[in-house]
Design a protein around this ligand. Structure first.
Ligand code: HEM
Length: 469
């Protein structure tokens, strides 16, 4: 029998926030078992793991007649993510391509290399430092919208704030009418088409068996048209001298190796990829961080003391964010417990041995930060919220079992962007409000492309009265 859903334990000791049912035994191993896995995963991508997965460092499997390997061992993960013999699975394009087009997220080979090189200057620390005023403006906009509310759906508010931040950073635009349309499309996409379907598991490629993907194509078409219109508006506008630079400026100024500007469709697809990859992930990070801090008021108070000691208004450079070490550790611990990209995979181009197991050409390797970050052999108290574990780790990327942004050459290009944005938005919120939960039902993580909540609780917002100096 399956283990019951475990709710949060609120006794003495660290907070252990809720997580979905962990099955006592593996579900697969037969055609019926495979269907059960596909069914569980289409409802919740992290819903098919069993107890032994949190102890095993490598598990060979067969799923729908195809061999595969779950790899949690850090050396094996490193091998797979760094090897040119493994690529992102083709079928991942099915739910992603309608929003991300042919941008960096889904490109491969020489095209990917060229795109990554031309985008690299957009994401250097100096370039991200230049985006801080956009993040600060999105934070102010968020708290102004929450003033006098008493309670609020922070999941929705963060969704809007991170879209606002990325629209400002990409296009120097606020999330007004265009933003509202994009937010609505993204929300509808995530509620339905973003979930993996049975045909996604059966199909071999991204353009295979797509006859049932009308909703993906329809919403994706509307999304790309909105992005096209934002770019066209910028091109038609008179340049303003007084606005901070944005990502679109850099894409329009980028030149390929022959000195040519990027083609219009590529600029559109890169912007769409950034929007698709950039705002929902960060919004989920903020949601889970707020949830954990609402459940752990003592840690919330300590973080607030940090952001009161060095106010967000004083942040002028990325270096200034070092004034908030606990806030940063809270975000890392949130990404450990709730990795917003909870599972990614690779497909072998040719046969290769991984940790002593043969991986034939075409086979899948599953790498799940959800599993690795809660692995019993890799972490002490793996299910507990203990932000202090990151405090003396200035470079948590050195921790082999911590990979919220992936690894190898295809590591997330927007990691620095997301972390700077999340720190500023969360600092702005905590400086203005004490947050609690108005709804005591446990919030269970549900994964599709990102890791969201099974329901969106209302949060209480108590204004902070600033002591006079
Ligand atoms: C908390 C926030 C974020 C998380 C957890 C996250 C996570 C990830 C992960 C795990 C990957 C690699 C997937 C794989 O290897 O298959 C990835 C790739 C990527 N991310 Fe992020 N991401 C976040 C924010 C962002 C932001 C803000 C942007 C852009 C503004 C962005 C743009 C991208 C792009 C373009 C790729 C593809 C890179 C390539 O293939 O070369 N992400 N992200």
């Amino acid at each position: 029998m399956d283990a019951p859903v475990r709710d949060a334990e609120f006794g003495p000791g660290p907070l252990v926030p809720p997580f979905p049912k962990v099955h006592t035994r593996p579900l697969g191993g037969s055609p019926l078992g495979d269907l059960r896995i596909a069914w569980e995963m289409s409802r919740n991508l992290i819903g098919a793991w069993c107890e032994e997965d949190f102890d095993n460092l490598v598990t060979p499997y067969h799923f729908m007649g195809q061999p595969g390997l779950v790899v949690s061992d850090p050396a094996g993960v490193h091998q797979v993510l760094s090897s040119p013999n493994f690529r992102r699975p083709l079928k991942l394009g099915r739910p992603l391509k309608p929003l991300a087009g042919e941008g960096l997220l889904l490109s491969e080979g020489e095209t990917w290399k060229r795109q990554r090189k031309s985008l690299a200057p957009v994401f250097t620390p100096a370039a991200i430092g230049g985006l801080l005023p956009h993040f600060a403006a999105a934070g102010v906009n968020l708290v102004e919208g929450l003033t006098d509310q008493g309670t609020a759906n922070l999941s929705e508010a963060f969704h809007h704030a991170t879209l606002d931040a990325v629209l400002r950073a990409l296009f120097s635009r606020r999330a007004d009418r265009d933003g509202a349309v994009l937010a609505e499309i993204a929300r509808r996409y995530l509620e339905g088409p973003a979930h993996f379907r049975l045909l996604d598991f059966i199909g071999r490629g991204r353009d295979d068996l797509t006859f049932a993907d009308g909703d993906r194509r329809r919403l994706g078409g509307r999304w790309l048209a909105e992005v096209d219109s934002l770019i066209a508006q910028r091109k038609a506008a008179t340049p303003a001298d007084d606005r901070p630079g944005d990502l679109l400026d850099r894409l329009l100024a980028a030149r390929d190796e022959d000195g040519h500007p990027l083609p219009d469709q590529e600029i559109r697809d890169q912007c769409s990829s950034m929007l698709a990859a950039g705002f929902e992930t960060t919004s989920r990070l903020l949601f889970w961080a707020a949830y954990l801090l609402a459940r752990d008021p003592a840690t919330q108070d300590r973080v607030r003391a940090e952001v009161q000691a060095f106010a967000v208004e004083h942040v002028a450079s990325l270096d200034d964010l070092k004034a908030w070490p606990l806030l940063r550790s809270v975000l890392f611990e949130t990404l450990r417990l709730y990795p917003t990209a909870p599972t990614f995979g690779r497909q072998a181009l040719a046969g290769e041995m991984v940790l002593g197991h043969p991986v034939p050409a075409g086979a899948m390797v599953t790498i799940s930060p959800w599993l690795i970050h809660r692995h019993r052999k890799l972490w002490d108290q793996p299910t507990a919220f203990l932000p202090e574990r990151f405090l003396d780790q200035p470079h948590p990327w050195g921790i082999e079992a911590f990979l919220p942004f992936g690894g190898g050459p295809r590591v997330c290009i927007g990691a620095g962007f997301a972390l700077a944005e999340a720190q500023i938005i969360l600092a702005t919120l905590l400086a203005r409000f004490e947050i609690g939960l108005a709804d005591e039902r446990p919030v269970i993580p549900v994964a599709s492309i990102t890791l969201g909540p099974n329901h969106e609780p209302d949060f209480t917002l108590t204004p902070i009265v600033q002591a006079r100096a």
